[in-house]
Design a protein around this ligand. Sequence first.
Ligand code: GLA
Length: 708
Amino acid sequence: MWHAHVKTLRLDDGQATLILALHGKGLPEPLYFGAPLPADDDMGLAHALTSAFSKGSFDALPPITLLPEEGRGSTAQPGLVATAPDGTRWLTAFTLTNTEATATTLCLDAADEAAELTLTLDLRLEDGLLKAATTLKNTSETRPLLVSTLMAPTLIIPPTFTRMLSFGGRWTGEFDATEVPLTQGAIVREARQGRTGHEHAPATIVMEETTGQNRGEAIGVQLAWSGGHRLIVEELSDGRRTVSFGKYLRQGECVLAPGEAIKTPTLIAAHSATGLSGITQRFHASIRRHIGTQRWPRPITCNSWEAVYFNHDLGRLKRLVDKAAALGAERFLLDDGWFKGRNDDTTSLGDWTVDPIKWPNGLTPLIDHVHEKGLEFGLWIEPEMINEESDLFRAHPDWRLADAAYPPVPGRHQFVLDLTNPAAFDHIFSAIDAILTKYPIGAIKWDHNRPLSAASAEGRPAAMRQTSAMLALMDALIAKHPTVEFESCAGGGGRIDGAVLTRAGRVWLSDSNDAVERMRLQSAASLLLPPEVVGSHVGPRVCHTSGRILPMTTRAWTAAARHMGFELDLAELTDEEEATLRAAVAWHKQNREVIHTGITSRLTVPEPDAYGELIALPDQSRFVAFASFVRAPTRTASKPLRLMGLDPDRRYEVRLANPEAINTMLTKTPAGIAKAPVTLSGRALMAAGVALPLHVPATVFVLEGRAV
Ligand code: GLA
């Protein structure tokens, strides 16, 4: 047969299939990643997918392998860019040396003797997701290797996929998903600030022209790494499209000594034939399987930050705890301001001992009070940072991660502590360990409030090593204190990724707790993050980051859709606000099993600037649905909302959980659901839907359903 020289490899876990073609001894070419295919299709597919190729270039179309190499004729973005220190030895053409495979795992070893390199490609399928990483080893006995690019295995984008969801953002405005058309050339997203970043969530989704919330195909990819990263989506001149992801490396940042190896972070890829909902569900399963310690049920959390900022006063904080407890809080987290001399954000980072002036008797009086009220106690830290105005800096000015030859660049008045220096690492480990050992602390909010710009250690770029050291510090503290729940925060959502989420159990999605901003943010972030990891707090009446005044119903129900909490001076509540909040908290507690363990389906809300989701228990016996509207309705009658993800053959009783959100001034005749619960088959709820009440700008409606 014509293709007798082509062999194939496959991974199949019953939920997805990956088929690779082997051309001679080179690295394999990803042919197909998608819905399961019969095993006897593999060879036929290698034949069927062999493209015609025009004259005027190479004699044959070079395959796009898992690691595109110019040494094999590839003109795709290279998977590896490395040279000897003098600039030679830049080409590679790896040859497979060993293949170990099970149905769901594949480990490929390859070598390039001339380049004195070996390569290992690890691929596996888990819950229908492809997880893949590349390891490069310098086998030379004498020559170091300068690596400026090493990508996780490259994937092929099917030709019918024409759009990309590109995630941008900023402080207080994370997960800004923009649609970008795929055209010839490369789209490169680089996070160069040394942390995961508000600006470039380490993820993208590519999809067909007609892919929607619940229809069409899509492939989502993420990189599980908490540092700088580089995403490339490319269309080659021959029309083939690829997606690849790796760490962002600065020139000189990665030098492999003889015998040394480097491994990329894991690329996580999901295929969906059911639109963005399918991607959402697969990514949620992946985060849930590997999540760090989490308290269950997820405790309603009162955070002190926007309530008191740096003004820590025991009496005032006790009153906050009392009020929070009365409203149903189950955790109290003391945010920034508790450590030595920390009265504003210009000093004290590095001095992780309790401030003797604000806390003459230590934190015990507050913690005891929190415990007496039946709440867990949590504490804020920012261990990777240092202020010049601190005892630590005065003692160890050389522990700043900076190049002595240049002025360091401040951010929020602070600098980065060099965790690649073992002495600094040990010091900070001991300081945080001492706090966790001395006090009964159930939760830690771990912050990181500035980029790692110009991070330099021993004259070399150090952001990547700093990130690895930070993860090692987290690991060491978790190993010693395994029951503590860590929350990842970096000025809000600046460090949210699949690496930190194997350590943390919660993320602080954004420093914006403007509930209207949160509608978009929470909906976009839910492409990647299951609800139980996403902290969402009821903020002050006048939002501190936007100045907007929002009704309590909007603030409370927006928070109730995630891991709920409060972050405001609770003394400001009116009786009416308090009653609304109390009801939302009680409802959240009754329904959090659904929200925090359920399957999320994305809903199409037939209004502009509106967001919808339905979360159903895996057995589909109960569900909750949230519909959030930023703007006023476009028409005078409200529209039905079609639900998704239900059992078509069961009947559900559906009721409106928050009737107080209805604006009675606007409404002449109420929606059916506002008068009485609706009982319908899942089929009818999905095919026809339920008309919601009329909304006004900044409204959230919540439906609750039960199989009857
Ligand atoms: C960051 C966090 C906030 C708060 C402050 C404290 O901005 O995102 O939630 O913890 O730091 O300084």
